[in-house]
Design a protein around this ligand. Structure first.
Ligand code: NAI
Ligand code: MG
Length: 494
């Protein structure tokens, strides 16, 4: 099998899809010759076979990344790294429609969202960190007249990065951009469900001027390629986004050489709707906060706590909103707002949670079933009257499934909102500015939205408390993950 094949997108457009591993700026076969297939979740049919990396390929990729780190990349003037990143952004803009279509095909996301959402996030994140490349520096520290002390922020080295399937391009950018901006080199493993879009970037990486080995992209599975990367002794840092269970595993594996780690894991984020909220806006934000990307969003506000005075109005509004704007359908249909779940496994998982909710006595206010003759589609679903301690109120469902609950006291609402093992994000809707800030202060989460939901920006730190993760990505904070601090003490005594 060749490492690049011609494919025909669902919109009829023909293009060249790389299916090899991208190591040292070239597409290569896996050393075992093993391949695996990726599926179109809207038809359940195979798109293409790809070469599958295992531990040997991870080793080859890490060697390439090490050589590149010790070679020119970390020695380049920082401005030059920024310029190469900017050139990469320009090249991505040129292929935007094809890149978005590849992403939609492989993941099932609506094309309108990948075109304006995912690709824009990739472009914006790279542009943002290209600007940071020559603005990373240490400090001098005043102590004694006879002493000069200063810090250097030096690139941490070879970075292993493991990303999920829910935002393949955005997650790729969040991981790769800050690493290469600071002078690190990377081996990034994409999710086995969505390997195509990242490989499609390979030729642009080379064309933009990244030296061979700076960005290596491998396709493969978690238990083999992912584990090999997390436990590799010559990898200095591991960054991961995915489930909390896998995050725990990675933390253990990374301990072999005390790798620096960042983990972005699961969530069960609350939305608190106060009695004085603008209900229309709170309904819109509640709906998009759980239905966007078919609920496959780590920060999705899956638990909605509504004050008793506005509860009935809110639930009715939410059901109406689903009727008005939720259009479940093929990712390439213009009207579609919600595509299929990414895989059969994920659909079964989500349906399992829905059944569990029904059995536990929660009421189905909308949806509650799979839909369509083929493709992994699930109806937008709303539960009410679920117990706080029940599975659907505690576990990350990762599907288009909201639970709406009633509260009467604000302190109690905050206590219930905090009552999960997760602590990723939370939203609050209120017209009372003091109440909004007070509630934000008490929520045990990494991000709070007041009168908005799911608002993310590459300039603002992203990450969770408790079992939602370790460390922050994005913004200036995100750079710290990729540098080592060195303190230099100089004796000036004569
Ligand atoms: P996962 O966490 O197992 O997979 C995410 C990435 O980790 C993939 O690239 C996978 O190949 C890799 N991986 C898996 N096992 C590994 C291991 N032992 N060592 C190294 N890498 C490994 O998530 P999965 O199974 O795809 O989805 C299960 C659940 O995880 C979802 O239902 C959802 O609740 C949660 N999830 C959360 C995400 C988030 O954005 N926080 C993203 C994806 C899934
Ligand atoms: Mg796929």
């Amino acid at each position: 099998m060749s490492t690049i094949v011609e494919l025909s997108l669902p919109n009829g457009h023909k293009y060249e899809q790389p299916v090899g591993l991208f190591i040292d700026n070239q597409f290569v076969k896996s050393s075992s010759g093993k391949t695996f297939e990726t599926i179109d979740p809207s038809t359940e049919e195979k798109i293409v076979d790809l070469y599958e990396a295992d531990a040997d390929d991870v080793d080859i990729a890490v060697k390439a990344a090490r050589a590149a780190f010790e070679g020119e990349w970390s020695q380049y003037a920082a401005e030059k790294r920024g310029m190469i990143m900017s050139e990469f952004v320009r090249l991505v803009e040129e292929i935007r429609p094809t890149l978005a279509a590849v992403e939609s095909w492989d993941s099932g996301k609506p094309y309108s969202k990948t075109l304006y959402g995912d690709v824009s996030e990739l472009v914006g994140t790279f542009r943002y960190y290209a600007g940071w490349a020559d603005k990373v520096f240490g400090r001098t520290i005043e102590t004694d007249k006879n002493k000069l002390a200063y810090t250097m922020h030096q690139p941490i080295g070879v970075c292993g990065q493991i990303i999920p399937w829910n935002f393949p391009l955005s997650m790729w950018a969040w991981k790769v951009a800050p690493a290469v901006a600071t002078g690190c080199t990377v081996v990034i493993k994409t999710a086995e469900q969505t390997p195509l879009s990242a490989l499609f970037l390979g030729p642009l990486i080379k064309k933009a001027g990244f030296p061979p080995g700076v960005i290596n992209i491998i396709s493969g599975f978690g238990k083999t390629a992912g584990a090999a990367l997390a436990s590799h002794l010559d990898v200095d840092k591991i960054a991961f986004t995915g489930s909390t269970a896998t995050g725990r595993n990675i933390m253990k594996m990374a301990s072999v050489n005390l790798k620096a780690i960042t983990l972005e894991c699961g969530g069960k984020s609350p939305l608190i709707v106060c009695a004085d909220a603008n209900i229309d806006k709170a309904v819109q934000a509640g709906h998009s906060g759980i239905m966007y990307n078919a609920g496959q969003v780590c920060t999705a506000t899956s638990r909605i706590f509504v004050h008793e005075d506005v509860y009935d109005k809110y639930v009715d509004g939410f059901k109406q909103r689903i009727k008005d704007v939720s259009k479940v359908g093929h990712p390439f249909e213009k009207a579609t707002s919600q595509g299929p779940q990414v895989s059969k496994t994920q659909r079964e998982r989500v349906l399992g949670f829905i059944e569990e909710g029904k059995k536990a006595g929660a009421k189905v206010a909308a949806g509650g079933n799979s839909t369509g003759d083929k493709g992994y589609y699930i109806e937008p679903t709303v539960f009410t009257d679920a117990e706080d301690a029940s599975t659907i109120m505690q576990d990350e469902i990762f599907g288009p499934v909201a639970s709406i609950a009633k509260f009467s006291d604000y302190d109690d609402a905050v206590r219930r909102a905090n009552n999960t093992s997760y602590g990723l994000a939370a939203a609050v809707f209120t017209q009372n500015i003091t109440r909004g800030h007070r509630i934000a202060e008490k929520l045990q989460v990494g991000m709070v939205w007041i009168n908005s939901n799911q608002d993310s920006h590459y300039g603002i730190p992203f990450g969770g408390w408790k079992s939602s993760g370790i460390g922050r990505e994005l913004g200036e904070y995100g750079l710290n993950n990729y540098t080592n601090v060195k303190a230099v003490h100089v004796n000036l005594e004569e």
